[in-house]
Design a binder for this molecule. Structure first.
Ligand code: 13P
Ligand code: SF4
Length: 356
């Protein structure tokens, strides 16, 4: 739907009034009505780097979800204020790993006698306190753009016996370890935070190379291998391009897998007339289809829809946040406490320092 013209005018006026004082970041899954006001767009990794690109900006308005705004706060200067236009824009995957649960898993690894060999790796899609846990315990953050390099770094920490515990997305962890790094499915075990001992025995923890947290993305987790088969049967020559948050059996059937930034670059480089079925969030797929009318772009599954929390950031909330700043009021500030920030910054900096 087209944006409300009066809200568009108000957003433009507020941005103009704030000038260089405000820097607006937009994740690729944001609505068109919001993304048009972003000074930069990107996937989680690019936005983490870009957040620090304007140290002169007093206000960082983050059009994305809560964990991204927290990371932006950690990576920007103490005087800079990060604003999330709707505080209800969380992430169901990030909510699947809570610090007390992670600490219980860590204790179980201690009881199994292997904690010293384990490197904790957390996906960017996690709360700041989980990132801080990784920072304190020799671990690292990764995103879907650099999961392989981050896991390679992790596996090099304690020699050949190193193990990794990966939060909170089992699919990104499994897809990276098995499809990109050559580990087997038998090298992986699934830690269920809702079961005592994660549902695993000490022997299983000792035998595992990769301990995957039982979390998933409620959007990407809904694509199925059956829809890939159906599309291949109906669209001759279609190439299937999916995000690594998709299930392992979906990724196995895809032609290409990568982060949102990779998906965009792949479509931009694709020849005219080529056919693509894309398994990621719908706002992005619709935008790609609109921007590339010379290519046939299909959404992998018509039953899967937008990320409801990403979509909470809409034009009315953005206008409210910007106009409040014009009036001198900072609304919806995201501020990570200093201790968490210090430890999370260790894990985020390790990520930003990874090669590549
Ligand atoms: P990327 O931005 O790393 O592609 O991750 C997608 C996502 O689900 C963000 O919430
Ligand atoms: Fe979280 Fe999935 Fe939405 Fe990304 S797309 S914010 S991982 S629920």
């Amino acid at each position: 739907a087209a944006s409300d013209p009066s809200l568009v005018a108000r957003a433009l006026a507020a941005k103009q009034a704030l000038g260089e004082r405000v820097f607006v970041l937009g994740h690729h899954y944001q609505r068109d009505e919001v993304i048009q006001f972003a000074d930069v767009t990107g996937d989680s990794f690019k936005l983490a780097r870009d957040a620090a690109a304007r140290p002169d900006a007093e206000f960082i308005v983050f059009c994305g979800v809560h964990f991204m705004a927290e990371s932006a706060d950690i990576l920007t200067g103490p005087e800079q204020q990060v604003i999330l236009p709707d505080l209800a824009a969380g992430c169901s995957m990030a909510d699947m790993a809570r610090l007390p649960q992670v600490e219980a898993a860590w204790r179980a690894l201690g009881e199994a006698g292997v904690q010293d060999l384990v490197v904790p790796v957390t996906y960017m899609n996690s709360s700041a306190d989980i990132k801080a846990f990784c920072g304190r315990n020799g671990g690292v953050v990764c995103t879907s753009s650099n999961a392989e390099v981050a896991l390679e770094w992790a596996f090099a920490q304690h020699g050949p016996d190193t193990k990794v515990i990966f939060f909170p997305d089992q699919h990104l962890g499994r897809n990276t370890a098995v499809l990109q790094m050559g580990y087997s499915l038998d090298d992986c075990v699934l830690w269920n935070p809702h079961l005592p001992g994660g549902g695993l025995t000490a022997d299983q923890l000792r035998a595992a190379k990769v301990i995957l947290w039982k979390g998933h993305c409620s959007v990407h987790g809904r694509f199925t291998p059956e829809v890939v088969d159906e599309l291949r049967a109906t669209i001759p020559g279609v190439q299937v391009l999916v995000h690594p948050e998709c299930r392992h059996d979906v990724v196995l059937k895809a032609d290409l897998v990568g982060s949102t930034e990779f998906i965009i670059k792949t479509i931009e480089a694709a020849p005219a007339g080529s056919s693509w079925a894309i398994g990621t969030e719908l706002n992005l797929v619709q935008r790609l289809a609109k921007a590339h009318p010379d290519k046939q772009i299909t959404f992998l599954d018509k039953d899967v829809c937008y990320c409801s929390t990403m979509n909470r950031i809409d034009l009315p909330h953005l206008v409210w946040a910007l106009e409040s700043l014009v009036d001198g009021a900072v609304v919806n500030r995201i501020e990570v406490d200093p201790e968490t920030e210090r430890d999370a910054l260790v894990a985020l900096t390790r990520m930003l320092d990874l090669p590549g």
